[in-house]
Structures are given as structure tokens and as C-alpha cells.
Ligand binder design. Structure first.
Ligand SMILES: Nc1ncnc2c1ncn2[C@@H]1O[C@H](COP(=O)(O)OP(=O)(O)OP(=O)(O)O)[C@@H](O)[C@H]1O
Length: 217
């Protein structure tokens, strides 16, 4: 369960998030839409523990972010969160298979099983035959699909996706959205998808609109 209660965040005196509350149950997948600059990425960053709110409460599976120091937040991110962000960090000196297996290695799950899981995910994003390729050999959309495969590898409790289909053609966008939805629902995980695309938003169970007044259906 993710509980967000009355979150505030401002930058240089300019309020961005003003009293955001929301609750996500296991297996729930929501899309957040809203005008450019309204604070969608800011909200995801706060939920990701990459940015601290000025006020408000965040609790993921009983863990209150306010009680966690930086090391504990890093562990929470590594173990429980899967990110698909605009600025994805694919490591250039690892093959695609190694990049996707990385979150499993970080959890101490290496070896053949991690390799198989990585290959399975690459296959699901349409890159099954590219497992031994290097990131520099990929197009932007292919990189984005690797980032999505990697975000899902360690079966995170909470998946945060910021415009995951931004660079993709319709076929690959549909493939990625299907994979995200399947993973979240079948694992009883939770998902938050930030998008400007009405089609992508429709793949979630609920669509929430972020406005300066708050988050509402
Ligand atoms: N670190 C920061 N310092 C100062 N201002 C910031 C910072 N991060 C975000 N902002 C400001 O907060 C506002 C919300 O930004 P945010 O990126 O969350 O919007 P968004 O809804 O995701 O927009 P878009 O749809 O264009 O990606 C913007 O006006 C932005 O300039």
C-alpha cells in the first residue's frame, strides 16, 4: 500500500504541489495526467524518494519516508521501486542483458536465473535478439525499452513511469504498456504512470488529473 497525505513542495517560493493526497492498493495502477509544468515529475520524484517534500506524509508498505535516512531511502528505492524516467541511466559498458539483470545483482540474485529473467524481459519489449548488444548500438526508442525491462527486473512493489512511451511507435508503445500493466496486476504491485497520452492513460485502471488545486478523478 502507498499512502500519500497532504504533500507540499515549492521551489524558490513558488508552490508546485499543494496538499496532494492519494492512496494506492496492491494491484492498482493509476495514470496521472495534467498540463506541462503542473508538477507531475515533481510528484514522482518525491514518491521515488529522490526529492523530499516540504510537508506531508509518504508511507510505502508501512515504511514512513520521514523516518528513513538517505541510506535507508536508497535501499527502499533499490529493493521496492522500479523507475522508468525520462532520463534513463543505461550503463554503456554493460550489454543489454547485463543492464536488465543489474537490479537483480544489486539484490544479490546473480547467475543464470538473473540472465534468464533479463532475457525474458528483453523479449517482452521486443529486443529478445539483442541481449548481447551494447547500448551505443541502440536507437532512442530501443534504449527506452531496455530501461523499461530493467525497471521491472527485480519485481518492484511500486513502479513509477514518466512518459514511458514518449519515443515509441504505436506498436512498441502498446507492447510496453501491456507489459507494465501485466507486471503490476499479476504481481499485486502498484503502478503510477505519468503521461500526456490519452491512449497510454487508458491502459491504467484509473486516471487522475493533477491541477494546481490538487489530484482528482
Ligand atoms: N529542482 C527544481 N528547481 C526549481 N524549479 C523546479 C525544480 N523542479 C521542478 N521545478 C519547477 O516545478 C514546476 C513543475 O515541474 P514538473 O517537471 O514537475 O512539471 P510536469 O508536470 O512534470 O511538466 P511536463 O509535463 O512538462 O514534464 C515547473 O515549473 C518547474 O520549473
Amino acid at each position: 500500500m502507498l499512502e500519500i497525505c497532504d504533500l507540499y513542495r515549492q521551489f524558490n517560493g513558488r508552490p508546485v504541489l499543494q496538499g496532494i493526497s492519494m492512496r494506492l492498493k496492491p494491484g492498482e495502477y493509476v495514470a496521472i495526467t495534467g498540463e506541462s509544468g503542473v508538477g507531475k515529475s515533481t510528484l514522482l520524484n518525491v514518491i521515488a524518494g529522490l526529492d523530499r517534500p516540504d510537508r506531508g506524509r509518504l508511507v510505502l508498505d508501512g515504511e514512513d519516508y520521514a523516518a528513513l535516512d538517505e541510506d535507508a531511502l536508497t535501499r527502499l528505492r533499490r529493493d521496492k521501486l522500479g523507475f522508468v524516467f525520462q532520463a534513463f541511466h543505461i550503463l554503456p559498458h554493460l550489454t543489454l542483458r547485463q543492464n536488465v539483470a543489474l537490479p537483480l545483482w544489486l539484490k544479490g540474485q546473480g547467475g543464470r536465473r538473473a540472465d534468464r529473467q533479463a532475457e525474458h524481459l528483453l523479449d517482452a519489449v521486443g529486443l529478445g535478439d539483442r541481449a548481447e548488444s551494447w547500448p551505443r548500438e541502440l536507437s532512442g526508442g530501443e534504449m527506452q525499452r531496455v530501461a523499461i525491462a530493467r525497471a521491472l527486473a527485480h519485481k518492484p512493489r511500486l513502479i513509477l513511469a514518466d512518459e514511458p512511451t514518449g519515443n515509441l511507435d504505436p506498436t512498441n508503445a502498446a507492447r510496453v504498456l501491456r507489459l507494465l500493466g501485466e507486471r503490476i496486476r499479476s504481481a499485486g504491485a502498484m503502478g503510477i504512470l505519468v503521461t500526456h497520452s490519452p491512449e497510454a492513460a487508458r491502459s491504467a485502471d484509473r486516471v487522475l488529473q493533477l491541477t494546481p488545486e490538487g489530484l482528482h478523478e
